[in-house]
Write a protein that binds this ligand. Structure first.
Ligand code: GLN
Length: 233
């Protein structure tokens, strides 16, 4: 290898929250998952070094806008509100806000959360779309309360302990959490369907490069291969 060229390599720093299997989570000391591998593949395509910075989910956008990170990648949903402070790449995955309950729960469908006098305690991860939607639609309408946790796994723990009635969270992490705990299930009805994308500083020259690299990695099957490695059909 050419050391002088390596020394000049720029670093693509990915801000994430590694509590979100199968997109980003710890395996021993390493952060692995779909986003970690796509991030690495993007860096390779762009001829950049790659580094992951783990932080709270609601610190990711501030890290990107302040330049502490080059991009944020965390199963992050494109929302109109986030678009006020960051740009998003093209979409690379679809997410669904799912509802986890205890077996035998009186919550059978998403409609039960909206029933007059329902008054459920809903667990979410702070700052996620699950938090934003339920805070607006349910707490805001006086139909229940929202309990916020820094990690989805902590919300799920509170559910197993009977402290809350359900957890609203992305479907693939939901599957991991349900698999890791007895007596929980995911409802068949979905709360919302969303697009995941990479957030970048507003008007960054990096955005077009990322989109081009994403398109190439999609065309040559790399993205699908990474997704298939972590999510069985
Ligand atoms: N997709 C959700 C969001 O963007 C959750 C992401 C996450 O918790 N990492 O808010």
């Amino acid at each position: 290898t050419d050391d002088s060229a390596d020394a000049k390599k720029e670093t693509l720093t990915m801000a994430t929250n590694a509590t979100f299997p199968p997109y980003e989570y710890y395996e021993g000391q390493d952060i692995v998952g779909i986003d970690a591998e796509i991030g690495q593949a993007l860096a390779d395509k762009l001829g950049m070094d790659f580094k992951i910075e783990d932080m709270e989910f609601d610190s990711i956008i501030p890290a990107v806008t302040s330049g502490k990170a080059s991009m944020g990648m965390a199963g992050m949903t494109v929302t109109p509100d986030r678009l006020k402070s960051v740009d998003f790449s093209d979409t690379y995955a679809t997410g669904v806000q799912a509802i986890i309950v205890k077996e035998g729960s009186d919550i059978k469908s998403v409609d039960d959360l909206f029933a007059e006098g329902a008054n459920h305690k809903i667990g979410v991860q702070t700052g996620t779309t699950g938090d934003l939607y339920t805070t607006d639609d349910i707490e805001g309408a006086g139909l229940g309360t929202v309990e916020r946790f820094q990690k989805g796994a902590d919300a799920v723990l509170a559910l197993t302990q009977g402290k809350i009635d359900c957890v609203v969270i992305d479907n693939n992490p939901a599957k991991s959490f349900v698999a890791a705990n007895e007596g929980l299930k995911i409802l068949d009805t979905e709360y919302a369907v969303e697009d995941y994308a990479i957030c970048l500083p507003k008007n960054s020259p990096l955005t077009e490069k990322i989109n081009t690299a994403l398109a190439e990695l999609t065309a040559d099957g790399t993205i699908q291969k990474i997704i298939d490695k972590y999510i069985s059909a």
